[in-house]
Design a protein. Structure first.
Length: 272
């Protein structure tokens, strides 16, 4: 158990800690530092990979660990190594991609594996760069999936997010966790993986009691995490479905909502 950590805040990054310019404000950084001094660790809980998460964690003084890939990876920020890594088995990954391609041929795929990210050509319609791209392939094949996948991302061209999610669930019931980290694609992890399971593993690894765990987010992939936490907060700009399950709504990501929430935690508004 880490004796210095008495309580925990798991914060989503994009749309929550990061403002609309994708930056962490000075006010949020100062609040995170002050909370750390009082024994409250602020850790990232994000759909991002460990690579970009680590860069942001250093800027924002987050840590000592991170929940990445929607809970599939636990990352030790200090030692730069995996604590856990839950993979989609290779056979399941190949079968899913092949079957969805038949049923929804306009869908474009990407495979995330640890620190690497491999999208198909056309996955990013505007051709924009992506922070973790290792290589772009014309089509994701069995070769790229031979070691399995941390996540399979699907851009739902022609079918929509919810339609694609239903297609995946109907094709492979009980085999995958399906979520939405943005409005642009569907994210698929191995069954049972969510930010909530990642948060529970992180708290256990840090030796923090469940009653001392809080979380804050903005999108649909944060729902389970907010429900898992003793106190779950949504920023004002959050998806309505997340606001509906939140215990408290704080100012938006452009109004330093994380700092506001941390201030209330430090004042003793929530945790005994």
């Amino acid at each position: 158990m880490n004796e210095a950590i008495k309580a925990l805040l798991a914060t989503d990054l994009d749309g929550t800690l990061l403002n609309s310019k994708s930056r962490i404000s000075k006010i949020n950084i100062e609040a995170i530092h002050k909370a750390k001094e009082s024994g409250i660790a602020t850790i990232p809980a994000t759909a991002r990979s460990p690579r970009s998460t680590s860069e942001l964690a250093e800027i924002g003084q987050l840590g000592p660990i991170a929940v990445c890939a929607n809970g599939a990876i636990g990352w030790d920020l200090e030692n730069k190594e995996e604590i856990w890594h839950s993979l989609i088995p290779a056979g399941d990954a190949v079968n899913l991609v092949e079957q969805i391609r038949i049923m929804a041929p306009e869908v474009r795929f990407a495979r995330e594996f640890g620190l690497s990210f491999t999208p198909e050509a056309g996955f990013f319609p505007d051709g924009s760069e992506y922070l973790n791209i290792n290589e772009t392939v014309q089509i994701l094949t069995e070769k790229q999936l031979e070691l399995g996948a941390t996540k399979i991302l699907m851009r739902p061209n022609g079918i929509g997010q919810m339609g694609l999610a239903r297609l995946i669930a109907d094709h492979s019931p009980g085999r995958f966790s399906i979520t939405f980290g943005s409005i642009d694609w569907v994210e698929v992890m191995v069954h049972g993986v969510t930010k909530a399971t990642g948060l529970a593993r992180a708290a256990a690894w840090l030796g923090v009691r469940p009653s001392m765990v809080t979380a804050i987010g903005d999108h649909l992939n944060d729902i389970e995490m907010l429900q898992e936490a003793e106190v779950g907060a949504a920023v004002k700009n959050a998806h309505p479905d997340l606001i509906a399950v939140a215990d408290v709504v704080v100012p938006s990501n452009d109004e330093n909502g994380v700092a506001h929430f941390l201030g209330r935690i430090m004042r003793g508004d929530f945790l005994a």
